[in-house]
Design a binder for this molecule. Structure first.
Ligand SMILES: Cc1cc2nc3c(=O)[nH]c(=O)nc-3n(C[C@H](O)[C@H](O)[C@H](O)COP(=O)(O)OP(=O)(O)OC[C@H]3O[C@@H](n4cnc5c(N)ncnc54)[C@H](O)[C@@H]3O)c2cc1C
Length: 383
């Protein structure tokens, strides 16, 4: 069996590693447009449950990634100058995106797979002769575009704008900061991913883009504005750039997950919004599900692709709905910010509908107590 994996991101590399480790007779070619050791963004988070699943699928990959991660169980939620610290029962991990890719690439090379770097797939002709084509080529997937009529992608361009920066310091604890400042409404999503580096995703709502004048600024001016707005959070550090362009998020999904022998996984299939911090693990979970189908059906490609959709789609659908609720909450963040901080934090934590009061009580018990107390005193004050 000959498999083409388009995209050397977490989803493609992990699928290739699992498939080859299981059956060394499978021929796998991995095509990656970027040179080795180049990537976008800075660090990404990998939550506890995701790491457990990863460990069940491939303990060695899990252990090597875990060795490069930093862990924390406290998150700050900041509303202008007030802050609530939430202590979670379990801890979340974060890792440099580049390190994640390097570990996965090493694990691929240990099972005899070499990534063809600086090889961009342009058209169907580049993929002729393969029995299975895995489109793991991210949010702007070429595989999806080649068979656009069959995959039927649908996009939804959001109004908020964002840019992905880094900071040369571990900003502890991880936090989300929501500020009205400089004539706009801004959000800083930040977390340390090594002992001396942090990711800082800056976001503003659609109104702020024009009202605070970002539409007329250069990228350097926008960066300077974010450094002023989040001066306290950044602790005097400047933001670092890595292709840190301000963008609108395009929430692309497809109607059909596969066409003939081509299948999509990871962001190519459905782009996960960064506000849920889970795109990496979703892509790796897709990789596991596709691998399990391959294991069950071998070279019977139609059966393996049907089984992949049947096994993976229900979970993906649930997650897609949660993601939509999350980005819709952010699109309306200016109104959400009009309440006092305990209510704001509660509304934030329950925004996707996946967390209700009982679940919150179990994973963030001390915050839940504080929230209940604040509700009681508000009710008493209003009575
Ligand atoms: C601002 C921001 C913050 C984020 N934070 C987090 C976070 O904290 N936690 C988290 O889990 N996720 C986060 N994500 C999401 C995460 O980065 C993605 O969901 C994840 O990388 C998807 O993995 P993937 O393998 O599907 O695609 P990608 O990681 O995008 O990999 C696709 C690869 O395909 C290559 N490629 C593309 N086209 C071609 C072609 N034609 N030929 C050859 N190669 C090609 C690309 O160069 C790329 O290397 C964030 C995303 C953003 C935008």
């Amino acid at each position: 069996m000959r498999i083409a994996v388009v995209g050397g991101g977490p989803a493609g590399l992990f699928f290739a590693r699992l498939a080859r480790r299981h059956d060394p007779s499978i021929e796998i070619e991995i095509f990656e447009q970027n040179p080795a050791s180049a990537t976008y963004g800075f660090g990404v988070t990998l939550a506890g449950a995701a790491r457990d699943r990863l460990s069940r699928a491939d303990e060695e990959v899990h252990d090597r990634l875990a060795a490069c991660m930093v862990f924390g169980n406290v998150q700050g939620i900041e509303l202008n100058d007030e802050r609530i610290l939430i202590r979670y029962a379990g801890s979340g991990g974060a890792i440099a995106r580049l390190q994640l890719l390097e570990v996965l690439e090493d694990c691929c090379s240990e099972v005899g797979l070499v990534v063809n770097h600086e090889k961009r797939i342009e058209n169907a002709g580049d993929l002729a002769g393969f029995d299975l084509i895995v489109g793991a080529d991210g949010a702007n997937s070429t595989v999806r575009n080649i068979w656009e009529e069959n995959f039927q992608p649908r996009g939804k361009l959001l109004g908020n704008r964002y840019a992905w920066y880094g900071v040369n310091k571990a900003l502890m604890p991880n936090a989300l900061s929501f500020r009205m400042a400089e004539g706009g409404c801004f959000i800083g999503h930040y977390y340390a991913y090594t002992r001396d580096r942090s990711t800082f995703v800056a976001e503003c709502d659609a109104r702020s883009w024009t009202e605070a004048g970002l539409d007329a600024m250069s990228d350097a001016e926008r960066k300077a504005l974010i450094e002023r707005v989040f001066e306290i959070e950044l602790q005097g550090e400047a933001l670092m750039e890595n292709n840190s362009v301000w963008r609108r998020f395009n929430a692309v999904t497809v109607d059909n997950w596969f066409h003939d022998k081509a299948v999509l996984i990871g962001d190519a299939l459905r782009v996960a919004h960064f506000s849920v911090g889970s795109g990496t693990r979703i892509g790796m979970d897709d990789a596991v599900a596709l691998f399990e189908s391959l294991k069950a059906h071998g070279s019977n490609v139609p059966a393996l692709l049907t089984s992949f959709v049947e096994s993976r789609k229900p979970t993906r659908d649930l997650f897609t709905r949660a993601t939509m609720k999350s980005y819709e909450w952010y699109e309306d963040v200016r109104n959400e910010m009009q309440v006092e901080i305990a209510d704001f934090a509660y509304n934030f934590l329950t925004r996707t509908g996946r967390v209700d009061a009982d679940r919150l009580k179990s994973f963030a018990p001390s915050f839940y107590e504080r929230y209940v107390e604040s509700r009681k005193s508000n009710t008493a004050a209003g009575a």
